[in-house]
Every structure is written in C-alpha cells, then in structure tokens.
Design a protein around this ligand. Structure first.
Ligand SMILES: O=C(O)[C@@H](CO)OP(=O)(O)O
Length: 344
C-alpha cells in the first residue's frame, strides 16, 4: 500500500531535512521537493526508478500536495494493481459521539439547551473516545453550538493519529468569516473544519431545565417523567418533544451532512443524547416506539458506513489497540494500515 501511495504522491511530497542530514535529501531534488520547517518525524522511503531507496536520514514528512484531500486519506487514492478494485468502492465513515459527562449530568439535572461544560470525567471520556476513533478517517466535524459537544469534538480529535488541527469555522457573519480566514493552503490542508450548528443542540427541555431528575420524578411520578424524557411526541412542559427536536436535527443532517458523505467525505458529529437519538432513529429507520428504548452513553463513539445511499451501523468502536477495528471494512483496514506505516 505504501508503494501505491508513494507512486501517486512522489512528485509532490513535502519533506523537511533535519539540519546536517540535508545532504542526503539532495538526491531527491528531481522530484521538486520543498523543504519546510514543521511536520511529523518519520523515516521515509522513496520510490525511484522502480525500487525503494531508504533514506538514511530522519525526514519529516509533512503532507502531499496531491489533488487528493491529503495523504491521510489514502483510501480513495490507492491505485496499484492489487488494489484497483478499491477505486470502485465509494464509502464514507460517519462517527456519532454523544458528548462526555457534563457538570449537570454529574449533578443529575435536566440540561437541554443550557450551555454547561464537561466534568473532568467528561474530558477523560472525550479523550478515550478520540483514541477509539484515532484510526478512522475524519475530513469534517459537525458539533452543536454547545460547549460540551465542542469540547468533546476537540478533545477527541487531538487524539487522532493523522495529527490534523481541528479549526472551528465561524460563519455567523461576513466579518466573522473574513476575520477567521486561513491564508495558507498548506495550513488549510493540515486542518479539519469544525462546523457548529444550533440545529444539533440538545432538545430544549423547557421548564424542566435545571430541575433535579430524581426530585422531578418524586414530584410528578416515574411514568410522567419517563414519558417526557423518552416518548417520541410528548413534549416536556414548554419544551421540545423528540419529534420536534428531530425536525431540526434530522433536516440539518439530511441537508448539510449527508451531502458530505455522498461526496466521499468522512464525517464526525459530536452532539447530544436526544439529538443523536433522533438522528439514529432516521439512520436505523426506527419506529417511534423503538426509539423510546434507545439510550446513548456519554463519550462512546458509534460508527456508521455510508455506502450506495445506505447507512450501515457498525456499532461502538473498540480501543485502538484491539484487532477488531480491522474488521469494520476493507477501506478502513487499509486506512489503519496506512496510519501504521506513516505515523508509527
Ligand atoms: O438533561 C438532558 O438534557 C438530557 C441529556 O443529558 O437528559 P435525558 O437523558 O433525561 O433526556
């Protein structure tokens, strides 16, 4: 696989020599190498005249200026004979993550639209989630506009083995867009756009927000509170039902996120228990009765494969060291193999 990848990218790889090792890089000048001062430390082998030359120097491979999104997405750029069939496989990964534990989860308060931070445990859960998805390609991230989802996305993404920088895109006004422009294509390629959308916020819990869940049960009864929390179409007092939440969240998913998957992008969505329940209801074609029993744990990533217009649920991801990751799909196994070779 490495052969195929280097064959594709050989003319455009950017390398950085390390001080006195510069001399050993000169032999590659025919490939128009550019030398820049940052990147990831790697031993790089380059293919020339049909055989590999092992560089004796320690080189810093930064990225390929190929027309492909980047080196970290080799799944779509594999082109050697053994892997030709891959070209016809168009599939994208979709990762859904409920945020890590929040301060109000810990205190057992109805949270809804209230913007509270993660707890220390929530931070740890987000980091653990990041480790679990560290072998899965991610090209773009969507989060709600609430800090617990944003923190989760950022903490998870800094665990990723491709080391791209997640950058929140501010599109709330023309000025915000203008003032947050990145003026280097190269830096842009080393980043992952993070889109925040209020449509992915937790369902608004109305007059329950800030109330203690157990005290609410004691006051209104277990059945009533369960109906407010888990029924599909009964809203809590002055709040949103799951159905109402689904109207904005699923519409956003279909209009904004699905087209990204259709175009081959790998997407991560960091959001909330009820918002994600509504999205999962859509993806898994659950009935309004089935969704009442769907519960999501904090900080556990779920993987879907989008292929030929269908969502295939692959369940929650195991830890990065467990071999099970290879079993998800052939493309994902190749991506992991690529990471193993490039980012040891
Ligand atoms: O309080 C909330 O906003 C939600 C999610 O944490 O709670 P529940 O699980 O009761 O829907």
């Amino acid at each position: 696989m490495a052969t195929a990848m280097f064959q594709q990218c050989i003319g455009t790889i950017q390398l950085n020599s390390c001080g006195d090792e510069w001399g050993s890089c000169k032999k590659f000048r025919n490939y128009s190498l550019r030398f820049i001062s940052r990147g990831f430390a790697l031993d790089v082998r380059l293919l020339t005249k049909g055989s590999f030359i092992s560089s004796r120097s320690k080189l810093h491979l930064v990225h390929a200026l190929s027309s492909h999104s980047s080196l970290v997405d080799p799944v779509s750029s594999i082109s050697d004979g053994a892997n030709d069939h891959q070209k016809n496989i168009s599939e994208s990964a979709l990762i859904l993550i409920r945020h890590g534990e929040s301060l109000w989860n810990e205190m057992n308060l109805f949270t809804g639209s209230i913007d509270v931070s993660l707890t220390k445990k929530g931070v740890e859960e987000a980091i653990e989630a990041g480790k679990r998805i560290s072998n899965i390609p991610v090209d773009i991230i969507y989060t709600s506009s609430l800090i617990r989802a944003k923190m989760t996305a950022m903490l998870a993404m800094i665990q990723h083995r491709h080391k791209k920088v997640p950058i929140i895109r501010h599109t709330e006004s023309d000025q915000a867009k203008e003032w947050t422009r990145v003026f280097s294509e190269e830096t842009e390629r080393q980043s992952i756009p993070v889109i925040t959308a209020w449509q992915l916020n937790e369902r608004m819990y109305g007059e329950l927000q800030g109330l203690h869940k157990q005290e609410t049960i004691d006051r209104y009864g277990k059945e009533k509170v369960h109906e407010w929390r888990r029924s599909y179409d009964i809203p809590p007092p002055k709040g949103e039902s799951l159905e109402m939440c689904s109207q904005r969240a699923v519409s956003y998913f279909r209009e904004q996120i699905e087209p990204q998957l259709q175009s081959g992008k790998h997407v991560m969505v960091a959001a909330h228990g009820n918002c994600l329940r509504s999205i999962i209801m859509y993806l898994d074609k659950l009935t309004s009765l089935e969704v009442t029993t769907l519960e999501l744990s904090t900080g556990v990533p779920l993987l879907y494969i989008y292929k030929e217009g269908k969502f295939i649920r692959r369940g929650s991801l195991v830890g990065p060291t467990e071999a099970g990751v290879y079993a998800y799909t052939e493309s994902l196994a190749l991506y992991r193999q690529y990471l193993d070779e490039m980012f040891q």
